[in-house]
Ligand binder design. Structure first.
Ligand code: TXA
Ligand code: MG
Length: 322
């Protein structure tokens, strides 16, 4: 038996509604993946194009096996090592997965999220949950229930509050559909960890939407409304942009003039802490009416690669900002 918030969430989902759910990576906008009408509602609420497929969420591997043609040995190795956790696998789907979920692809994205509330919810449902990140298409992903409430609260009947997301970056996506594995999105599980588990190097293939195997990986994504500029050197940027009201999103041991509003992703240079803070800080700075948010890359190792990927996409429209 479940009670309280979980019971409310389960009932709404069984009724075909779309609700906000917590995961360890980011909040999701979830609905019954087998109910095409509910899945259409997800796309409408997010204002998301139908070419961008959705990830299916499950509580266990046995349930996933019902929806894929072959849960092969590489997939099993990664699943056993990292699930529940910030990893999504692309596998060949069977006919039970509606085409709208996969945008017509023969591949389906599946994962077991590591959040106690959502795992418990999934165990009480007899269908998988399709869930993209719970943000309007193209905007910064939500890592707190308030983020979902602020932007989509009017459009969904319920948000299951599971506190702050512990990872803070979306799941890493690995294509396991053939023998040659490939990373399709950098995320909350570092490529290094995946390579260690498999014992072989793995190809990173995260090119933009022009690559049909990475739909949804748009150059511009995760973007605040305030101009967001990725710079190499903060001291010279402060001179260049001195006529503007500036905010700075920094990392590590930094000391800046007091008139520059600064948020530090991690003052002790901890990349996991930086990942956890990234989207919240981007949203915070975006809400404060600055002319421009400046940011610098973090070290390009481990989780830093995924953080830098998000920073690059957020800044995609402002390469020539003056
Ligand atoms: O951490 C996460 O993965 C979060 C939480 C809620 O689970 N979800 C998430 O979903 O980030 P979303 O919709 O924001 O990103 C899903 C991305 C798509 O944009 C696409 O790049 C990839 O997953 N994807 C999904 N299904 C796919 C498929 N069949 N083939 C290739 N890529 C797929
Ligand atoms: Mg998203």
């Amino acid at each position: 038996m479940i009670g309280g918030a979980l019971e409310v969430a389960a009932k709404l989902l069984k009724d075909g509604q779309v609700i906000g759910i917590p995961t360890e990576t980011v909040y999701g906008l979830a609905a019954n993946a087998l109910n095409e009408k509910s899945v259409v509602s997800i796309f409408e609420i997010k204002n998301r194009p139908f070419f961008d497929p959705l990830i299916l969420h499950f509580s266990d591997i046995a349930s996933i096996q019902k929806y894929v043609l072959d849960f092969n040995s590489n997939a099993l190795k990664l699943a056993e090592a990292f699930w529940p956790g910030p990893l999504t696998l692309l596998l060949n789907k069977n006919e039970l997965v509606p085409d709208i979920v996969t945008a017509g692809s023969h591949l389906v994205a599946v994962r077991i999220p590591n959040h106690p509330l959502t795992l418990s919810l999934l165990r009480h449902l007899d269908f998988p949950l399709a869930a993209p990140s719970a943000n309007p298409f193209g905007y910064i992903s939500p890592t707190k229930a308030e983020h979902v409430e602020t932007q989509l609260g009017q459009l969904v009947p319920y948000i299951l509050d599971g506190g702050d997301c512990q990872v803070g970056l979306e799941s890493t996506i690995v294509d396991c559909s053939t023998d040659v594995l490939a990373v399709r999105r950098l995320g909350g599980l570092s490529v290094l960890e995946i390579e260690k588990c498999l014992g072989i190097p793995i190809k990173i293939d995260i090119s933009s939407s022009s690559n049909p195997s990475s739909p949804g990986q748009l150059d511009k994504h995760y973007a605040p409304k305030t101009p967001f500029v990725l710079i190499e050197n903060i001291e010279s940027a402060l001179i260049k942009f001195r006529s503007k009201k500036l905010a700075y999103l920094g990392f590590g041991d930094i000391q800046l003039p007091e008139d520059v509003y600064t948020l530090n992703l991690s003052s002790n240079s901890d990349l996991a802490e930086a990942a956890q803070n990234l989207f919240h800080y981007m949203r915070l700075l975006d809400s404060l009416s600055f002319d421009c948010i400046l940011a610098t890359n973090v070290p390009d190792i481990g989780l830093g690669k995924a953080i830098n990927d998000r920073l690059k996409r957020a800044a995609a429209d402002y390469k020539d900002f003056k």
